[in-house]
Design a protein around this ligand. Structure first.
Ligand code: NAG
Ligand code: NAG
Ligand code: NAG
Ligand code: NAG
Length: 549
């Protein structure tokens, strides 16, 4: 079977923002209590050059060029000499993406990212890149327009759901787009019913048909993420809306409504062995269980609202059992959350734990964010894991120059990774992972501001000592010097991660899946939808806003 899933590695974005739990929303992002009023997508982060990481952004151009390259460059410049953009043509031909010092304002990159996300959705239009996936099923979210080296020209259920969560969380809802997505997923679901992995079927062809080649199946995070996205959509358009009652949720399972089908699958199959979100290893996974729990908890509330109390009771029971199982991923000996069980040859320090924490919390509830039993992104266990995860990349990637904490560095999926974006050699930093490292910090700071306090425990002490060598266990009120020192340090580190990402985008702002560990150049699938969703999600968290649940 699948030799490698290799094959596709994606990453995600993270979400969140809080929204009230009433069922009929007219707007998406809401701030947690003490963070009112930042306009969506208008980030105010100034670029903090001091806090920027010390990573090198690119190798020196001339070193890379060599004489053959120089000759090519000259030819190009001549050939395009009437074109004002000859220099950029030449740059792209030799792979020199951008000048390292230039960082776009965050809002500009966030806006671009949002538009590039839309460009990869069937039938959608965007103001940046138009539509990059002509001819695909309307509403289908394609992982990347890249059709070769590697071929990511498919719709993955996971990437699609994470992307649509960002769309559903916009202040102005593009209902048509989301409804097209829901209809595309209904086709996927119907086709998956004839597959041996059922709703754990991970990816589909661009016309919605089943992908039947060898692959890592099942991937049981997929139906959970899809249910969560569509529950959020249903809450936004109102539970009595005909699209909700007609297509999304009917208590009669045989009616094949989309959310119900997924919740039934998740509640009956979460104990099954499954492939991880990187599509490489089979076992039990923190990320998968974290998003399954989120779907079941929210699904139980949703079922109650939809007058399906028997289902609600069952989903709640299963959610409680998943929560119990999740506790076993805490490795108290090593002081971090293990990403997998039943997988050998890896430390278990993995970007997927950051993503699981970010996608698994109730973004309407700041208390949940700090709850270690729920592995909230601001909890001591997740912060302790964050430090160990980030540290595992400091000396691994040449571009990190072994920069010490509290500098940010480029991070990848996990240190033992050998997937290089097309084949196997050496793993690279990923945009979604470096952004997840930022988003955990931004979420923790935003939550501390909302709660008016910051807790340091013996578990999280090593994390906080990165920012103050005299940090001590205790609870610090906002306004105290400890609170200010620690949250400022976290914010600076978060900005460092984002600066690394921005300094490694291509000259036109585009992001691939990865950037080279040695040269910093983009590599892997171009214009990865999830890279863009991750940028937007982190930008929101930095403003105390999160993807809706
Ligand atoms: C995003 O970009 C589009 C097109 O370039 C522009 O019309 C829109 O005003 C921008 N939005 C923000 C928030 O900058
Ligand atoms: C941005 O540049 C890359 C590399 O040249 C290219 O693959 C991509 O299509 C460009 N995107 C747009 C929107 O022009
Ligand atoms: C991707 O890998 C294939 C198979 O090894 C190879 O033929 C192709 O040249 C590679 N493409 C890129 C862009 O590296
Ligand atoms: C918020 O989270 C806390 C901690 O997990 C939990 O005790 C509380 O019930 C939650 N509140 C709501 C309204 O869900």
């Amino acid at each position: 079977m699948v030799s490698s899933r290799s094959i596709k590695e994606h990453h995600e974005s993270s979400p969140l923002l809080s929204r009230s739990s009433s069922s009929n929303h007219s707007s998406g992002y809401l701030s947690l209590p003490l963070n009112p009023s930042h306009p969506i997508l208008a980030s105010h982060e100034s670029v903090d050059l001091e806090a920027m990481s010390k990573t090198q952004t690119r190798s020196k151009p001339m070193v890379l060029l060599g004489s053959a390259g120089l000759a090519l460059l000259l030819i190009c410049l001549c050939a395009f000499s009437t074109n004002a953009d000859a220099a950029s043509v030449a740059r792209s031909l030799i792979g020199l993406e951008q000048n390292a010092g230039r960082l776009e304002p965050r809002a500009t990159t966030s806006n671009y990212s949002y538009q590039r996300m839309l460009a990869n959705i069937g039938g959608a239009s965007s103001t940046a890149g138009g539509n990059q996936v002509p001819g695909v099923q309307s509403g289908a979210v394609i992982a990347s327009p890249s059709t070769a080296g590697p071929n990511y020209f498919y719709s993955w259920v996971r990437d699609a759901a994470l992307t649509m969560k960002v769309v559903i969380s916009q202040s102005t809802l593009d209902r048509t787009l989301v409804q097209n997505y829901a209809n595309a997923e209904k086709v996927h679901q119907q086709n998956a019913a004839s597959s041996s992995s059922g709703q754990g079927e991970p990816k589909f062809n661009t016309d919605g048909s089943l992908f039947t080649g060898p692959w890592g199946r099942p991937q049981n995070d997929s139906p959970a993420l899809r249910a969560s996205a569509l529950i959020a959509f249903a809450k936004r358009i109102g539970l009595t809306d005909p699209f909700v009652t007609g297509t999304l949720y009917k208590s009669d399972l045989s009616a094949g409504s989309v959310i119900k089908t997924d919740l039934e699958w998740v509640s009956h199959h979460w104990q099954d062995s499954s492939f991880d979100l990187w599509e490489e290893v089979q076992g039990a996974h923190f990320f998968t269980l974290a998003v399954q729990r989120r779907a079941l908890v929210d699904g139980a509330k949703f079922a109650t609202s939809m007058s399906d109390p028997g289902a609600a009771t069952y989903y709640n029971q299963q959610a409680a059992a998943v929560k119990t199982k999740l506790q076993t991923f805490w490795d108290s000996g090593n002081g971090y959350i293990q990403a997998y069980q039943g997988v050998s040859g890896r430390s278990g320090l993995d970007c997927s734990v950051m993503l699981g924490a970010l996608k698994g919390w109730d973004t309407t509830n700041a208390t949940a964010a700090v709850d270690a039993t729920e592995f909230g992104p601001a909890s001591d266990k997740v912060l302790a894991t964050h430090k160990k995860y980030v540290d595992s990349f400091r000396s691994l990637y040449a571009i990190n120059n072994n920069a010490a904490a509290p500098n940010a560095v480029a991070t990848g999926r996990y240190q033992e990774d050998v997937y290089d974006g097309n084949g196997t050699s050496q793993g690279n930093p990923w945009f979604i992972c470096t952004l997840a490292a930022a988003e955990v910090l931004n979420t923790a700071v935003s939550v501390a501001n909302a709660r008016g306090s910051l807790a340091v425990t013996s578990t999280s002490l090593p994390f906080f000592r990165q920012f103050s060598s005299s940090a001590a266990a205790g609870t610090y009120a906002s306004g105290s010097s400890q609170f200010t020192t620690l949250t400022s340090g976290m914010k600076a580190m978060a900005n460092g991660f984002v600066n690394i990402v921005q300094s490694h985008t291509q000259s036109n702002g585009s992001m691939n899946e990865e950037f080279s560990r040695n040269t910093g150049y983009n590599t892997g699938a171009r214009d990865l939808t999830w890279s863009y969703a991750a940028f937007v999600s982190n930008d929101l968290a930095s403003q105390g806003k999160y993807l809706v649940v």
